[in-house]
Write a protein that binds this ligand. Structure first.
Ligand SMILES: Nc1ncnc2c1ncn2[C@@H]1O[C@H](COP(=O)(O)OP(=O)(O)OP(=O)(O)O)[C@@H](O)[C@H]1O
Ligand SMILES: Nc1nc2c(ncn2[C@@H]2O[C@H](COP(=O)(O)O)[C@@H](O)[C@H]2O)c(=O)[nH]1
Length: 387
């Protein structure tokens, strides 16, 4: 594993002098978190000691992990997760991570892999607006509506770039319209838990990676997903809270006309898409699946109604959860000091306090939401000023 073996003193793990290693006990298990590699290219490795059997396990580690840090500190948040603060010399918010050890996602993945599982989730300040899922039959105009929204509100909305095994159309750019990928590669990544949802659509595999959604929300934008009805159903069943909109054609004849006029599909594919359209229109009526329906007859009218649903018609922003006012651009390094109820105190390095560039911080975890396989949101940070 590339790091030193743990030493024991009186039956406990000896951590003395090892600022790169922490041991956190959750129930009868102790999670040993160590840095492996050097400071310029360090990653975290994890081992689990089952105290009842005195056996070590190397868990399957999922999620995006913290990299390139000097040291870390850790504290138990609750029986489900450990807060890990890494020392990075980067804005504090880049340093706050959660290691999930017992959440429902961990249990689900443990069942699938048949191994011990831990999952990383990055901490994010404040909450984000609900992503918007847009579904509807091929050719109805989803892409056209989304393109108009992106053009009018580029700083407010971001598109979740899906993965697909279908071949790119002329003018489609890899990484912008889709991540065009090989089926075997995509299937492997699905089995590694990297996808929020996936479905076989019109003979190809399509899917939304967790990273695709997080990349948009990390930029502070509202995420738009253009996915089929099966995908919408999977997102409904996931932990991602979203707004679900179904776009209907004014008639089946008009849908066929648009699909043909677009000129991107061969006849066989057009026939397949039209057959699937009937099924999608039927399934869109599943109770509780879609929150809103839009009929895309006249484009401008439909776009106006779309904006109304997103509360954009009167020039006001959609409900915007306020973010913490803590200065997330400061770069002092912090370590975990103590925990009381849902508040964790973080201590800056002594010389940062002496220089007057840092004070104690209180991390309020009472409104956490989300979590692995996505980000852990709802963090609030406040400076604690001494009188
Ligand atoms: N209201 C409308 N009236 C007439 N044509 C339209 C309207 N909306 C979209 N179109 C046209 O219909 C065609 C299909 O639209 P678009 O590509 O946006 O559909 P889509 O739902 O995204 O399809 P897919 O699911 O296959 O990606 C395009 O050529 C587009 O210009
Ligand atoms: N379940 C998912 N469906 C997706 C995703 N990305 C796109 N789609 C849907 O596929 C069809 C066809 O798209 P096309 O670009 O080949 O015309 C369309 O209904 C999309 O909504 C996805 O990630 N997951």
């Amino acid at each position: 594993m590339g790091e030193e073996a743990p030493e024991f003193v009186n039956g406990e793990i000896n951590l003395e002098g090892k600022d790169f290693r922490t041991a956190t006990t959750v129930g009868h298990k102790t999670y040993l978190i160590s840095r492996s590699g050097d400071e310029s290219k360090s990653t975290i490795s994890i081992r689990i000691l089952d105290k009842s059997t005195q056996t070590w396990a190397v868990p399957t580690v999922l999620g995006t992990q913290p990299v390139n840090f000097e040291a870390h500190s850790a504290i138990l948040v609750n029986e489900n997760m450990i807060l890990v603060v890494v020392k990075k010399g980067a804005p504090l918010i880049e340093s706050i991570w959660f290691l999930e050890v017992n959440t429902s996602f961990v249990k689900q993945q443990s069942k699938i892999t048949g191994t011990e599982v831990v999952v990383w989730s990055k901490g994010v300040l404040g909450k984000s607006q609900k992503p918007v899922v847009i579904s509807g039959p091929s050719g109805v105009g989803k892409g056209t509506l989304i393109a108009k929204l992106m053009k009018d509100f580029p700083s407010r909305f971001g598109f979740s770039v899906s993965h697909t095994t279908r071949a790119p159309r002329e003018k489609e750019i890899d990484g912008t319209h889709y991540h065009f990928t090989e089926r075997s590669k995509m299937e492997k990544e699905i089995s590694e838990g990297k996808f929020l949802e996936f479905a076989h659509v019109h003979g190809n595999l399509y899917g939304t990676s967790i990273e695709a959604v997080e990349a948009v929300t990390d930029e502070g934008k509202r995420c738009i997903l253009d996915i089929d009805v099966q995908g919408a159903r999977s997102v409904r069943a996931s932990s991602l809270e979203a707004l679900f909109i179904f776009v209907c054609p004014p008639s089946f004849e008009e849908l066929e006309k648009r699909l043909r006029a677009r000129g991107t599909e061969a006849e066989e594919q057009i026939q397949k898409r039209l057959r699937n359209a009937r099924a999608e229109l039927d399934q869109s009526n599943t109770p509780g699946l879609f929150d809103h329906f839009l009929v895309n007859d006249d484009l401008e009218t439909c776009y106006g109604n779309f904006k109304k649903l997103l509360l954009l018609d009167d020039g006001s922003a959609d409900s915007d959860d306020s973010y913490s006012t803590a200065d997330s651009k400061s770069t002092p390094s912090y370590t975990v000091l103590s925990k009381q109820d849902s508040e964790i105190l973080l201590q800056p390095e002594t010389h940062d306090v002496e220089k007057g560039i840092a004070s104690l911080l209180a991390l309020d975890l009472s409104s956490l939401s989300g979590g692995a396989p996505g980000r852990t949101r709802g963090l609030k940070i406040q400076s604690v000023h001494k009188d």
